[in-house]
Design a protein around this ligand. Sequence first.
Ligand code: FAD
Length: 515
Amino acid sequence: VPHSPRDQDAGTCKKTTVAILGGGIAGIAAAQALANASVHDFAILEYRDTIGGRAWHKPFGKDKDGKPYIIEMGANWVQGLGNPGGPQNPIWSLAQKYQLKTQYSDYDNISTYNEHGYKDYSHLLSEYDDAYDIANAKAGEILLNNLQDQSAQSGLALAGWNPKKHDMEAQAVDWWKWDFEDNFTPLESSLVYGCAGDNLTVNGFSDHDNFVLDQRGFNTIIKGMASEFMKENDPRLHLNTEVTEIQYSKDGVTIHNKDGSCVSAAYAICTFSLGVLQNDAVKFTPSLPEWKQTAIQKFTMGTYTKIFMQFNETFWPKNTQYFLYADPAMRGWYPVFQSLSMPEFFPDSNILFVTVTNELAWRAERQSDEETKQEIMAVLRKMFPDQQIPEPTAFLYPRWSTEPWSYGSYSNWPPATTLEMHENLRANAGRLWFAGEATSPTYFGFLHGAWFEGRDAGQNIAAIMQNRCVNVESDKLRECGPRKHWETLHGTTPLADYSALTGWMADSFLNTNSE
Ligand SMILES: Cc1cc2nc3c(=O)[nH]c(=O)nc-3n(C[C@H](O)[C@H](O)[C@H](O)COP(=O)(O)OP(=O)(O)OC[C@H]3O[C@@H](n4cnc5c(N)ncnc54)[C@H](O)[C@@H]3O)c2cc1C
């Protein structure tokens, strides 16, 4: 146990104006916003030896020349690119700026399987889509009229998609259409905010998702952002620095690190994941107020696990991107395989990966690689009964729920969440601000959500310090300043509360559904 840094008082700590806790995309976007507002005195404290956070890659397998491929453990898609003339996803703008290698993901290029091999149940995919459209309209109605939220499962059931517990093909479709994106089941997800999140990205930007294949890693765009306002080896970036305690008040913030060092700042922006906050990985002094603790525990952090395999041949159909598997006994049992061996991806790489979420992901995390591999091999042998399937030559998966700098993959809104509850997740506690994927009400779970939130926190703090908290953005009458929180939560949220001040960055959801 390292010696407690609490005996050091703020007077001996390194001083900075804004301490940015975490060097993921939210932290870097916050620093960039500060730099753009001429606040150059900041310090970024990052646990790992690199920036990028959950945009995290690793070398895997090998190509024909024996060189490993770079594959993404975390974020893998630019989701919702943008239409010509319409707003563009900032992640897509960055991807273009830094020439990130990506490839369109064709979710319609999917074949369906069960335990006896190929079986066409693709009609269920369109049945789901039809019901989703109805449920989505209903979600809009609930939001607009400030009615009570429900689970996505009940919304879908009322709209005509009600997969029976024993209909494993329908369950597989249900998983692919909902869990594959949201990480949680429809029963565990809010209808209103699940649909809103999807709409704001799909309608606000576009329904195109591009898969990142760049051999520099997805975090190239985050490094690119950082290079615009920081030099190589910039002394303001403190890598390998684990924050263990955050002391905050209305006057300032002092941060203590595991190595005994400390930083005192006028403001801090905590961008740690919801998982880090939920797991008490960092001590807050004083304890966070009850309204904040309640918000932290109210939202959910999921685990989304991609399990990568390389073989010495491509034994699966060469022109298919996705393979959906309906297990006879368990929903979500190695349900979706994705081929990276196609010409547009990693040609002839013989790489396939399968995704599992939550219960099944946690189970896989507790198993040895070998146990998981054998389970997957059994599934593949059922899916392709006529093939001789070799053992993989490389096999790799992350264990997100035990990574001490993340404790899970990304957040979700459970049923019956309200925007007010989320305002409390987002609100500052004195001089301590919060930003990141989970604090975005509109784009939670996405890189762009984290980007918007980091930028917003940085802009707000700069504006507060510079006394410009009236009409900071000339195009919109946007105020800034400390964020509102609710000591007492109400059951629902009036429409007027959906504004830029609460982080509701776009209004396409409201427009779409009021048409
Ligand atoms: C498996 C997976 C798949 C995903 N797929 C996609 C996708 O396809 N598309 C998409 O848009 N998004 C996707 N996401 C979500 C996306 O990765 C996140 O929304 C985004 O990266 C979050 O950025 P952030 O800055 O909010 O948090 P983070 O990236 O988590 O940044 C927080 C930083 O804080 C640091 N930190 C944590 N604790 C401490 C501590 N005690 N001391 C110091 N530093 C600390 C961490 O190391 C990290 O660098 C995925 C995420 C995962 C995990």
